[in-house]
Design a protein around this ligand. Structure first.
Ligand code: NAD
Ligand code: UD1
Length: 339
């Protein structure tokens, strides 16, 4: 299949590009580089030996997206493009709603005009809100606590409604748990701009000496050691989940939701200890106040993805920590070229 990856220069999109090419698909990337660097394309070429066609466009812009579909016979779209910083979404919600909803609407309209009927969407476990019960199963209640989360849930609703009205359309909604790690080459990885919001990039920047210590947000949660528990998944496993989802979409009509997680929950302290042990690096930390909006624990039941798409995560936490460190230690400043 020829697959358009919106946001394909980003963290998850770039890893998915590698796995799609490996599986024999063709890819095209559309990205406006609002949260990524052009250097990613060079690294992808090193890993795959393929020069991936790039459109530097805003995916909300219909004219620009129209041009991509006119110039290429696209079979499927994987829509990664979106803004994803939870804290920022509460201070500038309009920017999040405009970007994250408009991109989807534009893509759906242009796809309809060009009779492209396979759509895979990057949703998030954040749509489960505060879980009533764990592990999380796809049919459980949803609800959000911040504008970012609402954009994901609203997109799920829009895509479900559009698929219900168009019997030719296939939509796969992927609810990611917490992606970490990097490609085993150490050439592509997560490169947050500014101070990382998420735990793993923070740990690895402390380990490389860019930051003093990890602030552990609270040790009075209702969990094994009092620190927050999450379902961390290797980004390469997650990327392979997209290959499976694409093949699923191509052979099923309608909308389907899948959790992409491992089903295992690890605490913040377990993450710091494992990273430090596997990589033989010091990771100083300090317990500080809770971060507003955080929940005690969140982990997936990922059985549905295995039953219907024959996909499951294979890499363990040690591999996630090792590959994160390989990327971070080989690229201390991420994709910035001057070291
Ligand atoms: P990322 O920021 O690394 O990648 C997103 C890419 O989209 C970036 O390259 C950015 O430049 C691009 N982009 C944003 N708006 C655009 C627009 N209007 N037009 C064109 N390009 C645009 O993020 P990621 O971690 O790779 O996440 C990919 C998707 O998965 C996002 O939708 C995110 O919300 C979702 N998601 C991520 C996580 C996570 O922990 N990383 C968890 C759940 C869901
Ligand atoms: C966060 C987002 C979520 C988003 C996900 C992936 C919030 C409230 N939630 O989830 O919507 O889908 O990222 O992008 O922002 N922690 C620390 N110190 C740190 C950073 C994190 O102790 O410096 C803790 C957190 O309290 C949490 C765990 O580490 O218990 C994981 O945090 P994080 O990586 O930010 O992911 P989530 O909170 O699960």
């Amino acid at each position: 299949m020829k697959v358009l990856l919106t946001g394909g220069a980003g963290y998850i999109g770039s890893h998915t590009a590698v796995e799609l090419l490996k599986a024999g698909h063709d890819v095209i990337i559309a990205d406006n580089f609002s949260n990524s660097k052009k250097e990613v394309l060079n690294r992808l070429k090193e890993i795959t030996s393929v020069s991936i066609p790039l459109y530097e466009v805003d995916v909300a812009n219909k004219e620009e997206v129209e041009k991509i579909f006119s110039e290429n016979k696209i079979d499927a779209v994987i829509h990664f493009a979106g803004l994803k910083a939870v804290g920022e979404s509460t201070s500038i919600p309009l920017k999040y709603y405009r970007n994250n909803i408009d991109t989807t609407l534009t893509l759906l309209e242009v796809m309809q005009e060009h009779h492209v009927n396979n759509f895979v969407f990057s949703s998030s476990a954040t749509v489960y809100g505060v879980p009533e019960k764990l592990p999380l199963v796809e049919g459980m209640p949803t609800g959000c606590t911040n504008p970012y989360g609402w954009t994901k849930l609203m997109n799920e609703q829009i895509l479900t409604d559009v698929a219900a009205a168009n019997p030719d359309l296939s939509v796969v909604l992927l609810r990611y748990f917490n992606p970490i790690g990097a490609h085993e080459s150490g050439r592509i990885g997560e490169d947050p701009s500014g101070i990382p919001n998420n735990l793993m990039p923070y740990i690895s920047q402390v380990a490389i000496g860019r930051r003093d210590k990890v602030h552990v947000y609270g040790n009075d949660y209702n969990t094994k050691d009092g620190t927050g528990v999450r379902d961390y998944i290797h980004v390469v496993d997650l990327a392979k989940g997209h290959v499976a989802a694409l093949e699923y979409a191509d052979s099923h009509k309608g909308t389907e939701i899948f959790n992409l997680g491992t089903g295992n929950g690890y605490s913040v302290l377990e993450m710091i200890e494992t990273f430090s042990r596997v990589n033989q690096v010091a990771v100083p930390y300090e317990i500080v106040a809770r971060r507003p909006g955080d929940i005690d624990a969140c982990y997936a039941n990922a059985d549905k993805a295995y039953e219907k798409m024959h996909w499951r995560a294979e890499k363990n936490l040690e591999e996630m920590c090792r590959d994160t460190w390989k990327w971070q230690s080989n690229n201390p400043l991420g994709y910035e070229l001057e070291k």
